[in-house]
Ligand binder design. Sequence first.
Ligand code: ASP
Length: 325
Amino acid sequence: MPNRRKFLRQTTLGSFGVLTGSLWQSACNAQTLPAYKPGQPMVISTWENEPANAAAWAALKEGKSALDAVEQGVRVPEGDPENQTVGYGGRPDRDGRVTLDACIMDHLGNAGSVCCLEHIRHPISVARKVMEDTPHVILAGAGALEFARAKGFEEEDLLTEASRAEWEEWKKEENYRPIINIENHDTIGMLALGSDGNMAGACTTSGLAYKMHGRVGDSPIIGAGMFVDNEIGGAAATGMGEAVLKTVGSFLVVELMRQGRHPAEACKEAVMRIIKRQAYQDIQIGYIAMNKAGEYGAYCIHEGFDYTVSIDGQHRVLNSKSYMK
Ligand code: ASP
């Protein structure tokens, strides 16, 4: 499969001539995105997710809340069978089961989450129901499915032919190693700031491809995969969830912003905490963050992490700065 991220990077570079590193990045960012103005809505998400950002943007323009916007936004990749890392069509675990993780958080600090949920196309909407209709934050596995059923969600087979065929190929190697390389991480984490100044976040994934059955990553864990504090801002993570969990990454990014760091610097510090503690050559981690002033940024371990920013109705895929080129 052609690598769409690399392709995009090359074509974008073409239009700006021969610029390298951060010089190229700042030139690219400055020329393609309008400046944020206070009171405007704004959306930011991990990876190339323009259709998701566009759906979130449309919700905000209709006067819906930031919470509605992030839910509607991330439902786009959840429902897209071509996206093999989120929702319907996601790659299965090593037993061939598609198990989904998602969480959502509103501007009041309310949160909901589902872990290891099977057969439901839109785990983010189940997570929202957990937040709104139960006294709990997390429902897992069979209990989450039972709850989804009770709430009227339809059950279906989420394993598409394409994902099944890849899994059959993977099984031939008989060597248990979940796919953790750079090109297989596409969890969508999304943060939205409404024109009322309220922020919300959502994060949803099928997790690491070919993981052990029952494995849960960072994405549905509030403070690890995503965190919003409406006084400060929000952050979301993608990549090797175990490393994000052990450093409570998204909470860390928000706390660093509270201490005055720019979102990009806060993301970098959270990545550095991982780099200081463990071997990072074979893992990718990327963080995105946005503060209440509409400042935003991202940082990752290995070059190749893109993120999507929407300001003033325009959606742009930007290249994150990275620790390793
Ligand atoms: N963070 C996700 C997980 O560990 C995977 C990813 O972002 O690709 O489940």
